[in-house]
Design a binder for this molecule. Structure first.
Ligand SMILES: Cc1cc2nc3c(=O)[nH]c(=O)nc-3n(C[C@H](O)[C@H](O)[C@H](O)COP(=O)(O)O)c2cc1C
Ligand SMILES: O=C(O)C(=O)c1ccccc1
Length: 388
């Protein structure tokens, strides 16, 4: 019996703002509140997307074109939202997407997120561009489930070092992000000439790495700081990678691997052919290709192409429980949230992320139960109609 929905009664009985953070329970309202709290630069970085932000808007609009058709009298008393994805047990089909540079949101950054995720048993995907070293994030997570997200650097030795460190620190699965070998045209950041890395945020996992240090002639200090930054810029991404390069990765990581940024069914098939265990249907929250298809619209064809052969995860635009139901109905096994928890972190640190997780999971369970659904495995296309 799931207890994720108990949060609803807890709020009614005790209220928000006493023991619980006084944050809205409608997670779509967090962005605006975070805007009032964060610097214009940090808010622009997180809330912003690529170009005219057409894809970011399309991501949200796509959810609105589907409607859930609730079913009655189905005995939904016994509910269980738990799933297992890539060998990891989860209380619900919700994970925390890799979000780098979290110290621009809150001084405790990924450490606060790790504590909140671990307390909920929710899987945190930790970015190569985290503001804290992945070993320290792992320590904050304790027994909490964690996956590692690789930004595949040009230097193969550095990539190998990242993988070895992630393995040693207990990250159980690998997520390889393909859609961001370089940052897109992002007007909000360009207009403010703002990049976290130029301020030394998001480079901790590079600067403390022995392979990186060898390349810049020792530990990064005041003296070689500019050289280190140039080396980071030159190495962050590799635009010349092809599908053939995945064999190298497959040989060096013995756990599950998922490719993030898949939008075309042929790419999903190629991922399976290359021995990958999962795909993450994502357009990076609209932050990369402006004018790209809404991620939800890309999901059904990708799921059709590989379902049963690979885990299908989804992100870009998830804000509510009904969004999760729709993504699962359209073929996802689980979803990732990005900005939703990033704003929680900005507004309330660890408690803010915990709040977001509790709200989203309670909303999801109630939405499912009231629709006649007790388990994620019951959610399929029959649950939805296209809104005309
Ligand atoms: C501030 C910010 C930083 C991000 N950093 C990373 C990252 O380091 N690695 C990565 O794979 N994706 C990164 N993403 C993309 C997220 O993993 C995810 O794909 C996206 O946020 C999903 O869309 P949503 O924000 O609408 O949930 C980032 C997103 C944001 C908003
Ligand atoms: O901003 C992003 O979307 C992103 O993915 C990223 C890339 C490098 C470092 C930090 C975040």
């Amino acid at each position: 019996m799931s207890s994720l929905a108990d949060f609803q009664n807890e709020i009614y009985l005790n209220g928000l703002g006493d023991a619980l953070p006084a944050l809205p329970t409608d997670l779509t309202r967090l962005e605006e509140l975070a805007g009032a709290k964060l610097s214009a630069q940090a808010h622009g970085y997180v809330a912003g997307s690529a170009g005219s932000e057409a894809t970011a808007r399309a991501n949200r609009a796509a959810f609105d074109r589907w409607r859930i058709v609730p079913r009655m009298l189905r005995d939904v008393a016994d509910r269980d939202l738990s799933v297992e994805v890539l060998g990891t047990a989860m209380p619900s089909p919700v994970l925390l997407a890799p979000v780098g540079v979290q110290s621009i949101l809150h001084p405790d950054g990924e450490l606060a997120t790790a504590r909140a995720a671990a307390a909920a048993g929710v899987t945190q995907i930790v970015s190569t561009a985290a503001s804290y070293e992945i070993e320290k994030v792992a320590e904050a997570a304790g027994d909490g489930p964690r996956w590692y997200q690789l930004y595949w650097p040009k230097d193969r030795e550095l990539a190998a070092s990242f993988l070895a460190r992630a393995k040693a620190a207990g990250y159980s699965a690998l997520v390889v992000t393909l859609d961001t070998f370089t940052l897109a045209w992002r007007p909000r950041d360009l207009d403010q000439a703002y990049l976290p890395f130029l301020r030394g945020i998001g480079v901790a996992n590079y600067y403390t790495d022995p392979v990186f240090q060898r390349a810049v002639g020792g530990p990064v200090t005041e003296e070689n700081r500019d050289a280190a930054l140039l080396h980071w810029v030159a190495n962050f991404g590799n635009p010349s990678l092809t599908w053939d390069d995945l064999a190298w990765l497959r040989e060096r990581w013995d756990g599950p691997i998922a490719l993030k940024g898949i939008q075309h069914p042929d790419d999903a098939r190629k991922a399976v052919d290359a021995g990958m265990d999962g795909v993450i249907v994502s357009n990076h929250g609209g932050r990369q290709v402006d004018g790209a298809i809404a991620s939800l619209d890309a999901l059904p064809a990708v799921a059709d192409a590989v379902k049963g052969r690979a885990a299908v995860l989804f992100d870009s635009g998830i804000r509510t429980g009904s969004d999760v139901v729709k993504a699962l109905a359209l073929g996802a096994d689980a979803v990732l949230i990005g900005r939703a928890y990033a704003y929680g972190l900005a507004l309330g640190g660890e408690a803010g992320v915990r709040h977001v997780l509790r709200c989203l999971q309670a909303d999801l369970e109630l939405n499912m139960a009231l629709s006649g659904l007790t388990r994620p495995s019951e959610i399929d296309l029959d649950v939805l109609v296209r809104d005309r």
